[in-house]
Design a protein around this ligand. Sequence first.
Ligand SMILES: [Zn+2]
Length: 474
Amino acid sequence: MRNSARIWEYVEARKGPLIALSDAVWAVPELNFGEFRSVALHDAALEQAGFRVTRDVAGLPTAIMGEAGDGGPVIAFLGEYDALPGLSQEAGAMAHRPLSGDGNGHACGHNLLGSASLLAAVALKDWLAETGMPGRVRYYGCPAEEGGAGKGFMVRAGVFDDVDVAISWHPFAFATVFPPAALANMRMDFTFTGRSAHAAAAPHLGRSALDAAELMNVGVNYLREHMLPSSRIHYAYQDAGGTAPNVVQSRVVIRYTVRAAELDDMLALAARVRKVAEGAALMTETRMDCAVVSGMANLLPNPPLEAAMQANLERLGPPPFDSADRAFAREMQETFTPEDIVAAFRQVGLPPTSDMTLCDVVLPYPSPAGPILLGSTDVGDVSWTVPTVQALGATCAIGTALHSWQMTAQGKSSVAHKGMVHVAKVMAATAVDVLSDPELLARARRDHAARLAECPYVSPMPPDLVPPVMRQSS
Ligand SMILES: [Zn+2]
């Protein structure tokens, strides 16, 4: 029996409590650094499974680490459990139906993300105990992936420094290797301060912070023509200066996200956006203050680990969806546009077909269609610290958009549960390969070292940036 077949038995044997954990986290959707109930559920699951638990990792009250095993290489499974605002939704409903409450919802599937990573860790713990192999398995519960860059703070605190390989995943419509194509990004809050005045009686005495913000947006929109095509810039008003048009707005806060494929290009583009903001302040005689809110590096590839993960996926085959799952997915697809579904197939290089509602194939890797681009992830900073590989797990109907009510609606479905167990098998088997094959680990390390030699890591977060959860106490 191959090692992979044995580890898959452990995943199957252990899946029940971890599926229950995912459903429990789905029911308490919490935001950036506020994941107190979610981390408590993970804490209990780690204790139950016999891990040595470290709390308040990196000084973050919603970060946790559990370890098992002795000596040998250290394998880290990374989990997340934060939700999104405004995306509450009744489970299984085929129409937009928010639940009563704070409006938060698990529209990125992070309830599944943490639970499947912990399932892989529990299975690997069993495998280490059975084989007596030297090696340690860790589960890192990482807060605030959605814009808080929780892992960036954990990297800065050195919590991954003695890890040999990090493994993670993300929910998606197809099961495949996560291509290392996430963008480096930085979030910055620009605060413009002017002088309020009566907009009709004394407009000449006012200095408008809102004018400054709008001129900044115009300037940045011109800047778009002169940046790399893969770069992205978007903004949202945090404080538009009030609701009264007869007052010259004296204070406006606007948040910008700047993204680029490479870390150094992103840092350069962020500096140009800042110059536009300085120009807007000069034009309007307002003051501009810029505060970096978070920063994430791009993902560093690791072809040896990606090849090992793909081989496991090919051995395992697609997730075992049944006719009831397919009927559920077809009904969910009725809520998408035809373009959503066509785009989802094209994104992974498959011809669009109405015959497939769920992932019934193993995609080739690397994809002939080019890498799937999925925005940014704070796993990027981990990937610059240790050799890292990620999977995409098939947890939803083809055409489902991340950050949509449909994603929240599918988060407790049979499809989601099968997808999380499937991806836990892919991750755990890849960990077994690393522990059983010293040459694979050596190749992964060599690849990582060569990339860092070519371009050293610079944290995109300024040294004085403190996570908001620690700001109150400092
Ligand atoms: Zn996500």
